[in-house]
Design a protein around this ligand. Structure first.
Ligand code: NPQ
Ligand code: MG
Length: 372
């Protein structure tokens, strides 16, 4: 049983090594909330995957901060002697807000595991010590720049290259990357920027032997994804559309996708992420671990998740130098074979450096129970 004595919320900002552009916007800095939960035995970290604006999903940093402060942390304190596995039901009175819920659940789980001395990967049922890594390449200013970025990542050893696409920056760019790299695992991610009426674009992409096409259509439209999947050969993968294990079951059974991108924050934490993994495994669909340009805290969490058996495709679990000149935690360095080690220490197995954390901090608020 765990009694959480306090939760410290912290907004941090870290500069990215290169701007990251998707169909929904451009990022220059990673700005996110970190939660540190303190128990009598230990402390634990949770990184919130929301962004400054509600553009990837409905959640954003200031909203998540207020949901945690005003609703979730009070529910956590009211539960008194609890357990990370009970928090999803303690938080169920709040509709939605999976990223905010994940932040606290992961922080409490990390504290519990640190107190017991077990790793997150082992707790979740991980079966491997190293994880195959891919990289997500933002929309570039030109095809030449894109080819240059891709060549750099291929040289580093990434096992799969994912290109962000948007209407107007799609078929010709993918063609150029495929012609320059005939044998790599290549995929595309549209972040919901297309309509079913754009089916000709997807038929054209069928020519490039893509591993998958990720989230082509509106995030709330499983039906239209199922219609698109019938029109093309390439496997569809859903990201934004999958917010729970129930969504994953519906999407796979409906034929809306054949592959699932698992992001723990999007589904409310690593415990629901494991249930997404389990449902997809039962239905014979491979999953892979998505990414949100997390700091070392969130990327260590992702590596633990990606150690589960049905994570059968390389994830967006990239090395530190893909994102940051200096991370909050120790650097995660890509091996020449394109893998990263699953952290083996207690909990998520990494700890932020106090000086770098202080330097990155924009705002801190300490939350405590009304009555101790
Ligand atoms: C995706 N990730 O798969 C996302 C897009 C993304 C690595 O392509 C803050 C909030 C940062 C949302 C970074 C990758 C984000 C974000 C990337 C979404 O669709
Ligand atoms: Mg995506």
């Amino acid at each position: 049983m765990t009694r959480v004595r306090s939760v410290e919320l912290r907004l941090i900002s870290l500069p990215l090594v290169r701007p990251f552009r998707t169909s929904f916007g451009e990022m220059l800095d990673k700005v996110c909330i970190l939660a540190r939960a303190e128990t009598d035995q230990a402390h634990g970290w949770g990184e919130c995957v929301a962004d400054v604006e509600p553009t990837y999903s409905e959640e954003w940093n200031d909203g998540a901060w207020s949901v945690i402060r005003d609703f979730l942390a009070p529910a956590l304190f009211a539960a008194r002697d609890t357990d990370a596995s009970e928090l999803a039901s303690a938080f169920a009175f709040v509709r939605g807000h999976p990223m905010a819920k994940a932040t606290l659940e992961n922080a409490v789980l990390d504290a519990e595991l640190r107190a017991r001395g077990g790793s997150l990967a082992e707790h979740l049922g991980g079966v491997r010590e190293r994880v195959a890594c891919g990289v997500s390449v933002g929309i570039a200013s030109s095809t030449e720049a894109l080819l240059d970025h891709v060549a750099g990542y291929v040289d580093e050893g990434y096992q799969r290259i994912k290109l962000k696409i948007e209407p107007g920056n799609d078929v010709e760019r993918v063609r150029a990357v495929r012609e320059a790299n005939p044998d790599i695992l290549l995929s595309v991610d549209a972040n919901a920027a297309y309509r079913l009426a754009d089916v000709e674009t997807f038929r054209a992409l069928d020519a490039f032997e893509l591993l998958m096409i990720e989230q082509p259509l509106h995030h709330e439209d499983l039906w239209e994804h199922s219609l698109l999947q019938k029109e093309i050969r390439t496997d569809l993968c859903l990201d934004e559309s999958i917010r729970s294990a129930a969504d994953a079951r519906a999407a796979i059974e409906l034929g809306a996708c054949r592959i699932v991108n698992v992001k723990q924050g999007r589904v409310g934490g690593v415990l629901e992420a494991r249930r997404v993994h389990d449902v997809a495994k039962e239905l014979g669909a491979p999953v892979w671990c998505g990414g949100m340009l997390e700091t070392g805290i969130g990327r260590a969490t992702n590596l633990a998740l990606a150690a589960l058996p049905n994570f059968r495709l390389p994830g967006d679990t990239s090395a530190t130098n893909r994102y940051f000149a200096e991370d909050l935690t120790e650097s995660l360095v890509l091996a020449p074979d394109g893998t990263l080690p699953v952290p083996a220490g207690p909990g998520i197995g990494v700890e932020p450096d106090p000086d770098r954390l202080a330097a990155a901090t924009l705002r801190v608020e300490r939350l405590v129970p009304d009555r101790p």
